[in-house]
Ligand binder design. Structure first.
Ligand SMILES: Cc1ncc(COP(=O)(O)O)c(C=O)c1O
Length: 395
């Protein structure tokens, strides 16, 4: 049948049409065909999923666990998540009413932002930050208010927060936080969180705290924002980073029952529920002692890699905020090179076959930086650092 060619794209949602493709994936794509390239671009753990976790998923399939799960997730996973959050971070949630299992932290971010914002609302977004938040905020017709944290070693200060509140007042619906941070690897101390919580306590601002990297901190233990401001905070977590389970797609959302009840509706409209085998695996990962050890082992490896890359790049003249968590190095490109971050990353990929992401991909405050993901094998990191050394010696 012959059909007439028509362009219907302009009939699509105007907010969607206004959104530019994300630079992490476009840059990664741009350099992927370079022969022999070592890609340190994506935030993807390189470990296999631990065997006992895999077995839990297999058992779920073999037990014909094939029917719709309860909308907020299986009781077993919600109990495991409540236990995990209480045990690791001292934050208490009722698994019946205060926890939802989502399809990755991504769905939790999307459900939460869509549930919280109306068109015209403002959302504070300290950055540089994970590029997923901004498009979701904008898709809802809400407005991003960026706060550049670069001048303060990538930590939002209470003064910056107070200044934004003074300027925008009640129009601010929420603040989106992420620590340990993608892309900077910087995290917040208990004192820093407490100071921000003190500013927020007298407001109606909802804190959306993406703590997906909470289990990957090197040195200081993770402190959840909910520890200081539970009544206003929605905590996002999951197993993607802690257990190298990105492809299983399980996230965790926890918060006050009244808010969670409503966000659970958004979750129901979006996916009905997460998948049973994946939730069985996540319950095993979060709910068992062995699951804790898995993360400890991965973390010890990440730490070695971080130290190696940090020391090498510092020696080569990069300025790097000491990464205390996640698996990223956010490095300031030496000024003597007189290159934008995009030109530097493209030149490095083309001449030395090492791919990293330009800092501008992460919004205001990222200009002049690059993000390197050290969730890669030590062998690849060694080759990459040798190539970077040659590049720096010849430029
Ligand atoms: C800060 C942050 N939040 C959320 C996610 C997405 O997590 P998930 O794979 O569980 O959807 C990522 C993945 O890179 C991330 O870096």
């Amino acid at each position: 049948m012959q059909t007439q060619q028509r362009d219907l794209t302009q009939r699509l949602n105007t907010q969607l049409l206004a959104i530019k493709p994300d630079m992490i994936h476009s840059f990664d794509h741009e350099v992927s065909d370079i022969p022999n390239i070592i890609k340190l671009t994506l935030g993807e753990p390189d470990f296999n999923v631990p065997e006992h976790v895999k077995q839990a998923a297999i058992k779920s399939i073999e037990d014909n666990d094939s029917h719709y799960a309860p909308v907020p997730g299986t009781a077993k996973l919600r109990e495991a998540a409540a236990h995990f959050l209480a045990d690791r971070y001292g934050i208490q949630y009722d698994p019946q009413t205060e926890i939802v299992a989502t399809v990755g932290a991504t769905e939790a971010i999307s459900d939460t932002l869509r549930a919280v914002t109306n068109p015209g609302d403002k959302v504070l977004l300290p950055g540089p930050t994970f590029p997923l938040y901004e498009p979701i905020i904008k898709l809802n017709g809400a407005e991003v208010i960026p706060i550049n944290t670069e001048p303060n070693q990538f930590v939002l200060t209470p003064q910056q927060l107070q200044a934004a509140i003074n300027e925008y007042g009640d129009d601010i619906k929420a603040i989106m936080l992420n620590f340990p941070s993608n892309p900077t690897g910087v995290t917040y101390t208990a004192n820093q969180i407490e100071a921000l919580a003190d500013v927020l306590r007298d407001t109606n601002i909802i804190v959306i705290s993406d703590e997906i990297y909470s289990e990957l901190t090197y040195g200081q233990p993770h402190v959840s924002f909910a520890h200081y401001l539970p009544e206003q905070t929605l905590v996002l977590n999951g197993v993607s980073k802690s257990h190298a389970m990105t492809g299983y797609r399980v996230g965790i959302l926890a918060g006050p029952a009244a808010l969670i009840g409503r966000i659970n509706l958004m979750h129901a409209f979006t996916v009905t529920s997460a998948s049973n085998p994946a939730m069985a695996a996540a319950a095993e990962a979060l709910g068992t002692e062995q699951g804790r050890h898995d993360t400890e082992n991965m973390k010890a490896e990440y730490k070695q890699r971080r130290d190696f890359v940090y020391h090498t790049m510092t020696r080569l003249g990069f300025t790097i905020p000491k990464p205390a968590g996640a698996f990223y190095i956010f490095a300031k490109i030496p000024e003597r090179l007189h290159m934008t971050d995009y030109d530097f990353c493209l030149s490095l990929a083309q001449t030395s076959q090492v791919a990293v992401i330009p800092g501008t991909a992460f919004g205001p405050g990222g200009e002049g930086y690059l993000r390197l993901s050290y969730a890669a094998s030590m062998a690849n990191l060694k080759t990459a650092m040798a190539r970077l050394t040659t590049y720096m010696e010849t430029h």
